[in-house]
Design a protein around this ligand. Structure first.
Ligand code: C5P
Length: 283
């Protein structure tokens, strides 16, 4: 079986506070892109992970790989001996890049192995395991647009979204999430107040314009090329809004439709990782 692991994009990301354990409270509208990794699961001896794809070289299939950690946690939760599983991850999303590639892969492993092993653990238990693997893993489990609160574990339905196109661009600099959070300065932001729906891509972009990604300033301080990526996205024909996703360095731009996004992505420097296509809005 093959499980899709789509890139997550934070359309806005407000840091609303900080917990005693250092984790930050967030308010974020999360959507998923057509860009994805894919995870194949088949019978095997023990649980093994093979890596392929254009971005696979950046990862090592070592025991602390998030996919293997997800498999171990699931096996612990099952509490009984399980048959072997040979996993193969086709890695197309850049690693450590703010679009949740590792989280999406871990979530895909939870979904696929729950089915492969016939565990039927159910959404609540899978979500609990997901949160133990990382703050972004629960939202990736459903891979549907969602409003994210808490440190990532409080999920509620997103406003109704129009169809829209999206370009993703990464300057090929990995940004460590903890360093970006640690560099954030100033007052916390209030949660965004969002309408129940947006009629079209232009009004979505307009609505997001008054919001922000609070991690953009610290990410740019650590990685100045992020500012160049945002400028390049802003300058593309048809860009409605450009912003950074997560803790960076991947930035995104919104477009009227997938075709406009695909045409625009081809105009970005070939040295960058870039993608253009449809957002998965659930319609
Ligand atoms: O949970 P995850 O492993 O993705 O988080 C990586 C790091 O990012 C954490 O150790 C923490 O420094 C920071 N983080 C945070 N608040 C969040 C999510 C992540 O401070 N809500």
């Amino acid at each position: 079986m093959i499980e899709d692991a789509p890139a997550k994009v934070n359309l806005h990301l407000h840091v609303t506070g900080r917990r005693a354990d250092g984790y930050h409270r967030l308010d974020s509208l999360v959507v998923f892109a057509g860009a994805s990794d894919s995870l194949r699961v088949g019978p095997g001896e023990g649980v093994t992970l093979g890596l392929g794809g254009p971005e696979g070289g950046a990862l090592a299939a070592e025991p602390d790989n998030l996919v293997l950690r997800a498999a171990r946690r699931l096996a612990e939760a099952a509490g009984r001996p399980l048959p072997g599983a040979a996993l193969h991850l086709e890695k197309r999303l850049p690693v450590a890049s703010g679009i949740g590639g590792g989280s999406a892969d871990a979530a895909a492993a939870l979904r696929a192995l729950d089915r492969f092993w016939g565990l039927g653990l159910g959404a609540a238990r899978l979500e609990g395991i997901a949160l133990g693997l990382g703050a972004d893993v629960p939202v990736c489990l459903a891979s549907r647009p969602a409003l994210m609160g808490g440190v990532g574990e409080v999920l509620s339905p997103a406003p109704r979204l129009p169809a829209f196109g999206m370009v993703l661009a990464n300057p090929r600099v990995a940004l460590p999430t903890p360093a970006v959070f640690a560099g954030r300065q100033g007052a916390f932001s209030p949660p965004a107040s969002l309408p129940a729906s947006w009629p079209d891509a232009a009004s979505l972009a307009e609505g997001l314009r008054g919001l922000r990604n609070d991690l953009e300033p610290p990410a740019i301080a650590l990685c100045p090329p992020v500012a160049a990526v945002l400028d390049a996205l802003d300058a593309l024909p048809g860009t409605l809004l450009a912003r950074m996703s997560g803790s960076g360095a991947t930035c995104f731009a919104l477009f009227r439709d997938a075709a406009a996004a695909a045409r625009a992505a081809a105009l970005l420097p070939a040295a960058w990782w870039r993608w253009g296509g449809a957002a998965r809005t659930g319609d």
